[in-house]
Structures are given as structure tokens and as C-alpha cells.
Design a protein around this ligand. Sequence first.
Ligand SMILES: [Zn+2]
Ligand SMILES: [Zn+2]
Length: 307
Amino acid sequence: MQTPASRREFLAASSVALLGVVAQGDPIIDIHQHLGYSGRSDEAFLKHQRVLGATTTILLPAGRPANTASTNFGTANGLQAQALGNDACHRFAMTHGAAFRFGANDVPDLDGAAEEIERYVKRGAVVIAEQKFGVDCDAPAMQRIYELAQALGVPVLMHWQFKTYNHGFERFYRMLEKYPRVTFLGHAQTWWANIDKNHSDQAVLYPKGPVTPGGLTDRYLSEYPNMYGDLSAGSGLNALTRDEAFTRDFLTRHQDKLVFGSDCSDVDGVGPNCQGAQTIAAIRRLAASRGIERKLLYGNANRIFRL
Ligand SMILES: [Zn+2]
Ligand SMILES: [Zn+2]
């Protein structure tokens, strides 16, 4: 239990940390946020990003709502989080200056999906995301997304979640080989659980404890120059914190391949309710050098998304 004294110390430390971020002025790119996230208002979102210290934020839209097998019969609408779509993200970015950029998205097998995505990339979208649909990762509709990414010169960010979103993680290397000029970013539970070579039960989405290097995710990052990792969400934070000795080495080995994102829907932007703030703290604690920290919080995203 926390005593009043330690609570005061905690609050004092939080204020210092907060002032530190502002005074330090190190730019941070948050590559993974959503508008309307779990009903959060734009005002609360703006404050969240300011308190978090994000100097640039990429807004990832949902696809158009649809009742199809590919949306798990509507479950994936709003990215299962009330996230708003292309038009809202584009408008918000246009009216809030250079601090906000946006992605383009759609349900891959809807009629006109390619045209919808292309329209928003031509308006300035920097990524096709967030691809979070109940489809095979090598389905013809997904391969049209990869071809589009290649033609338009933007990365694709995919939410990997066993038996729910983007099926076939174990054979994704075929897509990495077939589309070598496309930059792919991996995100979510199945992506992060598979840093561990001994991760055998794919139904376990947030595995804890020691990590043995050489899991499928570790290998994809090592062996494929076009595969990158998005550190956002509870899954990213869990992966960073479950075995800190592993993490130091992992961040060093993949220092040019990993990017910070928050993907949290809280209104605080700091403290125990904010996953993004904890992820930034974990990166600062576990990066083996200041140079690696800056790559993960800023440099890699700046390069990958051509910001
Ligand atoms: Zn996601
Ligand atoms: Zn947060």
C-alpha cells in the first residue's frame, strides 16, 4: 500500500518528469494513435499528446464500416475501438498543423478499397494503416494492398492477433519475399508474443517471463530488411518489460527497425493509466545508448514515414 509520503513523492516525481519532457524538448514521433478512440474527445486527445510529449502524431484511421467476413461481421468496424475513418483523420491533420499526420485505410476486400486508399495517400497519408481485419495475410485482397503500397511508396502497418486479425503469421515471410520494396510494420499481440523462440501456444496473447531470442518476430526483423516493428499498445509494452535483459539486447540488435507508438485511449498522457508514457519510460530505461533511444523515439519513424 502506498503511504501518503510516497504518494507525494510520486506526484512530485511525475511533475518533474513532465517538466523534464517539456524543458528537454526532445522531439518524439508517436506513430500509432486514433481519433474518437473509445469515445475520447478531440480536446482530451490533444491534451493527451501534449502531456505525453509527442511532437508529431500519426492518426491511423479505421476502414469503412461493413458487415463482412473480413470485418469479423462488423467487429472490426472502427478498429474495434470506435476509431474514426479516413476523412476525420485527414481533416484533423489539415486543421492542426504539422504536428499531426494521417494514414489511409480500408477493409481490403471491399469494392473500391484500393481507390479509397489511393485517394487519401494522394492527399498526404504517410502509411496504409491500421490493417486490422479478419483476412489471410496472403489473401488476394491483402496482396492488392501490398501492391498498392509498393506503387504509392508508403508502408503498411498490420495488427497481428491469432485467430482474429491477419491470419498466417508463420507464412508471412512469403509476402516479405514477394514484396521486398514494401516496408511492413508489425504490431499487436501475435507480433510481440513471437519475439520468444519458445512461444508455443499461440492462444496466449500476453506471455510473461524470460524470452529466448530467435522467435519468429525476432527472425523476421533480422532476416528481412523490409520488416519493422511498432512498439505501441499493451502488447508492445509487455514485450519490452517481460525480460529486461533480453530487451536491452533486442533494442540494440533492431535499433534501426523499431518505432515508438502509444495506441492508448486514456485521457491522462502520463502515469499508470497511460501505456504510451510507460512505453516511453521503458525505451529510455532499456535503450543501451542515447543514440538508440533517439532512433526509437524519433529517427526511425522520421525516416520510415518520410516525415
Ligand atoms: Zn492495433
Ligand atoms: Zn496514454
